[in-house]
Design a protein around this ligand. Structure first.
Ligand code: COA
Length: 329
């Protein structure tokens, strides 16, 4: 029996940010009220971050995800009922269960899609995209919504200046659709659980009480070193799978944690910085939302165009990391 091979491609993108933008100067004032000292200069020089968006109490992971998903569906020209798979990458789910993906499904007015969340922290979106690609290619879905959505501000210990200045909230979404020609070309995911403690929110709920530490804790220097050492190798691995050279890339859309990490990976790949999409200065680190937020921004402003080669990269808690290489078709 002759069957047309099924590939997958990105059919649409969308994003959403909370209303409340907090500059470094605003944060400095707020933290001073708690007796915590920081400065715009320290944050900017060490991380490249100038501002971040912080969710108000009426904004949730699912509300941001639904807004991003609606945009992605509109740009793909699809109705919500046409979606048969919804994956939300998040570490800040609205609730323990049901999944945020189920909440998003109800909010979109879809009643049949398979729905689940993926928990791979800041690598969550590339993990979710790779899973959606595999499911579409296996014929299990024709149109998948893949969303990265987070309210990391709710995991912050505002008295810990080594973490609370770094993170922000937001959501980004893509539609992955079946295609006769390949859009998603290759992906490569990895983890090393022996580094779990360098970036973690280790607390849990037990018998109605929080057990352990409910705040995000990080050994910043260890995370920095891990990220820089794995991302260059991982990029070459995924490029090798697709038979593509780093010099063929039109865009690198990396996880947005620290501008110095982005610069170091670009240098390892010999990629000019003009080919790196940077949003960390305006969004801070939005964990699983950062890659789709940056992707949507560069698609909307016309930088990323049809037929271009784009490398998406995530890295974060777990320790997890991964890359997805795609052609915009
Ligand atoms: C967090 C990070 C910015 C810290 O930068 P660093 O150059 O390693 O800074 P250090 O941790 O060595 O701290 C240097 C000094 O700044 C101080 N400092 C830390 N946070 C500060 C803040 N917000 N404002 C002012 N001073 C601060 C420290 O207390 C320390 O002071 P000391 O020397 O008197 O002890 C950096 O390690 C980093 O970006 N790591 C990766 C984080 C990341 O990407 N996480 C997400 C991955 S998904």
């Amino acid at each position: 029996m002759n069957q047309t091979p099924i590939f997958s491609r990105l059919a649409g993108t969308g994003s959403s940010l909370p209303k409340n933008c907090v500059s470094n100067a605003d944060l400095q004032v707020r933290l001073a009220e708690l007796g915590v000292e920081t400065s715009d200069d320290w944050i900017r020089t060490r991380t490249g971050i100038e501002q971040r968006f912080i969710a108000n109490s009426d904004e949730t992971t699912s509300s941001l995800a639904i807004a991003a998903a609606n945009q992605a569906l509109a740009s793909a020209g699809l109705d919500p009922e046409q979606v048969d798979l919804i994956i939300v990458a998040t570490s800040t789910s609205d609730q323990i269960f049901p999944s945020t993906a189920c909440v998003v499904q109800a909010g979109l007015g879809n009643h049949k899609a398979a729905c689940f969340d993926i928990q791979a922290v800041c690598s969550g979106f590339v993990y979710a995209l790779s899973v959606a690609d595999a499911m579409v290619r296996a014929g299990q879905a024709r149109h998948a919504l893949v969303i990265g959505a987070e309210v990391f501000s709710r995991l912050m210990d505002w008295r810990d200046r080594t973490t609370c200045v770094l993170f922000g909230d937001g959501a980004g979404a893509v539609v992955v659709s079946a295609s006769e020609t390949p859009g998603i070309l290759a992906s490569s995911l990895h983890a090393n659980g022996s580094h779990a403690s360098i970036l973690a929110t280790s607390g849990r709920l037990e018998s109605g009480a929080i057990v352990g530490d409910p705040f995000l804790r990080m050994d910043g220097q260890a995370v920095f070193k891990q990220a820089v050492s794995v991302l260059g190798v991982n990029a070459l691995e995924v490029l090798g799978k697709a038979g593509v050279l780093a010099s063929d890339l039109d865009w690198l859309v990396p996880h947005q944690a620290n501008v110095r990490i982005l610069q170091s990976v670009a240098k390892k790949l010999d990629l000019p910085l003009e080919k790196v999409v940077v949003t960390v200065n305006r969004h801070g680190n939005t964990s699983a939302a950062s890659v789709p937020l940056a992707l949507d921004e560069a698609v909307k402003d016309g930088r990323i165009q049809e037929n271009q080669l784009v490398l998406l990269q995530g890295v974060g808690g777990g320790f997890t990391w991964g890359s997805v290489l795609l052609k915009m078709i």
